[in-house]
Design a binder for this molecule. Structure first.
Ligand SMILES: [Cu+2]
Length: 347
């Protein structure tokens, strides 16, 4: 059977209409519990992700089983992990987390399973949040079957960088280490595994957002986090499913509800692998954009922003009118393969 490519999928999707059901119908997948990709298949190029005799018997009426996934994008969008704190001698705050890498199957769209690698049982991993100048200590436990690390973006010493040959280097299966550094600079950052082959280790799901709040805090707002990602379900080094926070069309099926005239602050991170850029476009409104969140002064008032992999920024907006307002990648093909949603503005 000829490999199913993203281009072929795109040819099929418009005829079926947008939505999770369309992805279900077009993305190669199996209906059983088996995932064609044995977890940790680095070589890729393996068997297509299809199993015989599936039909649509396993189709659950267009709904992803978030409970089985172990996380729900509707919770995740407002979930910030502050860790636990204690005082160091001298009074400074020490903030600590434990992150564990694991292998788990994730349903990306109804019936579309993916053999993911996760931090703390979710993709993206927890949104770690700290305050500028605190001491941060992250204990990493590798529960996977391949070496992994956590590489943090930020200002720190070489041994805390989470790359091979520095500090503890690659952490073997069953191994653990501790990364420790100061929370600097304030802004919106990210973390991800940095073991080779890097593209696979990132694309499998080992990444998350990392927020350092400035000492003089930002104005109070309804805060959201969206990690823009994608999934190569058939190992052809192109993505078949695109999303913000992993589940295609999740915020179409259930929009992100916000209040009219209230300040909304969106932490937007791009970790998308295999595509050069990603973007965020907002309908019916404009936002102020703070690249990397490292300044209090926005650089742009716009409705579309573009990010390369690893780029991130803070968007601030207020919706003057009630109603449903779409957001999506302005690369139309990403939109049609899952990366779109709605804000529902209410009084
Ligand atoms: Cu890894």
């Amino acid at each position: 059977m000829a490999p199913l490519t993203r281009r072929k999928l795109l040819g099929a999707v418009p005829a079926l209409g947008l939505g999770a059901a369309a992805l279900h119908a077009t993305v190669p997948h199996s209906h059983g519990t088996a995932v064609a990709a044995a977890s940790g298949d680095h070589e890729g190029g393996g068997a297509a992700h299809t199993a015989g005799g599936g039909g649509h018997a396993g189709f659950r009426g267009g709904a992803v089983d978030h409970k089985a996934n172990g996380f729900d994008p509707h919770t995740l969008v407002r979930d910030f992990d502050w860790g636990t704190t204690s005082r160091l001698p001298g009074g400074r705050i020490l903030r600590e987390w434990t992150l564990a890498a694991a292998e788990q199957e994730i349903e990306l769209a109804p019936g579309v399973k993916f053999a993911a690698w996760s931090y703390n049982g979710r993709v993206p991993g927890p949104t770690l949040r700290a305050k500028e100048g605190e001491r941060l200590r992250i204990r990493f436990v590798n529960g996977g079957r391949h070496p992994h690390t956590i590489h943090f973006h930020g200002i720190h010493t070489a041994p805390a960088d989470g790359v091979m040959g520095l500090g503890a280097g690659d952490i073997p299966p069953g191994g653990s280490t501790v990364y420790e550094f100061d929370a600097l600079p304030y802004g919106l950052h990210l973390y991800h595994c940095h073991v080779r082959p890097l593209a696979e280790h990132i694309a499998k799901g080992l990444y998350g957002a990392f927020i350092i709040d400035p000492k003089d805090e930002r104005p109070k707002a309804d805060e959201l986090v969206m990690v823009m990602n994608g999934f190569d379900t058939n190992f052809d080094r192109a993505n078949e499913v695109y999303a913000a926070n992993t589940i295609g069309f999740a915020y179409v099926d259930r929009p992100v509800r916000v209040k009219r005239n209230e300040l909304v602050r969106l932490y937007l991170v791009n970790v998308l692998e295999y595509d050069l850029i990603n973007s965020f476009h907002l309908h019916g409104n404009f936002f102020h954009y703070f690249p990397t969140g490292t300044s209090k002064e926005p650089v742009e008032f716009t409705d579309t922003v573009m990010q390369c992999q690893g780029q991130r920024g803070i968007l601030e907006m207020r919706f003057p009118f009630v109603g449903k307002y779409m957001f999506h990648a302005h690369q139309s093909e990403f939109t049609e393969l899952g990366w779109m949603g709605f804000f529902e503005v209410v009084d």
